[in-house]
Design a binder for this molecule. Sequence first.
Ligand code: HEM
Length: 506
Amino acid sequence: MVVETFLSWALPLTLCVVALLLLWVYGNWPYNTWSQLGIPGPKPVPFLGNVGDLKEKGAFDATLGWCKKYGKVFGVYLMRDPVLFTTDLDILKEVFIKDFNNFSTRGLIPRLVRYPVKASLVFVNGDTWRRQRHTLSPTFSASKLKLMSGFISRCCENLLDAIHTLTVEGKALDVKKMFGAYTLDVVAGTGFGFETNSLKEVDNVFLQNVSRLLASSTSLSLSAFIAGIFPALAPLVLALGIRQASKKEAAFVEQTIRALIEERKKEKSKGRVDLLQLLLEAEASEAEVKANPQDNHLTTSEIVAEGVLFFLAAYDTTATTLQYLAYLLALHPEKQEKLYRHILEAVGDAEPSYDTVSSIPYLDCCIHEALRVLPTVALTGRKTLETRCINGVTIPAGCAVMVPIYGLMRDEDIFPDADKFIPERFADEAHPIPSLVKDMNFGAGPRQCIGMRLALYEVKMAMVTLLTKVKFTKIPETPDTVKMQPGKSISTPTTPILIGTELRGK
Ligand code: HEM
């Protein structure tokens, strides 16, 4: 009897203890990777690694803090995955440029990413990436951008009108909202040849859906959390549709793109120069793509994926860059006046064009410096196929190597007085900034941002159009410093940035 009672509870109890022990081992075993390799880093907690810090402080502030504490190379655990963070230029050059064949995969790929984004350039790899990249690259050549110039000019004029009205009415300028509407109009027109009226109708439904989709895709949800701890459950989480946060918005954006494709096919226009036209000219069946993988072809489902991606990748990033540039110019009137003089010298009374806005070195300096002081993107990186040892640092096979962009941009060895807004540092011939660092806000190497030229062109056209007519000013509502929201991979201030505007010549 005593033996039976003992067995009835001892067996389940033993099983529970063994299960808990196994769970404990599972939740802890990856966390000696970096200490064994002699690489410093923050102490991980079971199952979560260092995600707690990222969630609490945000990717920008957490990684900046780690850079200050651990230096140029440190190891972090994202859930159970070891990730090497580095601002060491020799390692970055090797990873992004010289050893690209080994590091051609994007660093962190969310486990729950689904179609259409999953099939787009950002997330595909290997031969599929090569084919898509070759097919899409011509869209962003200087000659194609020049053809889009008339449309971008019209968007800039609308932007100027909207800001003129605000100024006359004495209202503060919500920089992100205004520039978000402008970049959405540019993306819609240059990408798909359709005119959103988001500058006049700031609460545009399409804009709201894209914003919500972006917000949910850059924050950590419960489902991402489950899939992070138990990667094997990711397909189940996706199949069950647990990741509901962005489903509705993703469907809305996807449907809009599909409708645009259908309309364009009916129109049969050959004269268009937008992204959609280029995509459709490359359209081929799945069988054709399989048979000739080296040709510049895209399947119909890839065309939809690239269309959705174009909105996601192009709109918020460029609007955020414009937002910080306008804000920093409002805080630094002397730099703004210098930029105004340089713009007048280059453009005079003429209409700004691709060539004129591209020939104002001080404008480039201001954009680079704004991106440096307040970067738009927190992180980018690559995954190593095979184990590599670079500069004495071992990177185990399958491990991600990430650049903490904020930390790199605040490195006092490269940027003395790194907290200060000094555009001139990018023109200092005595201390040139390495181009790898200068452009790292757009990544580096063959997988660098494909839209960099378009983004810079949009920013330049907007600034040249506005600054010849309007001054940005600091008003009581303008914050002295920007605090970034945690949980976002694209920089988002905790409260909207408001600045003042004055008409020039008044
Ligand atoms: C100021 C605005 C922008 C910033 C700061 C930015 C930043 C970035 C960064 C950091 C990457 C990763 C690059 C790497 O890993 O080396 C990237 C990739 C990418 N960006 Fe941008 N981006 C901007 C605008 C745009 C625009 C306008 C487009 C338009 C289509 C775009 C499309 C893409 C695509 C498709 C990729 C993936 C490229 C690939 O994997 O081959 N971006 N961007």
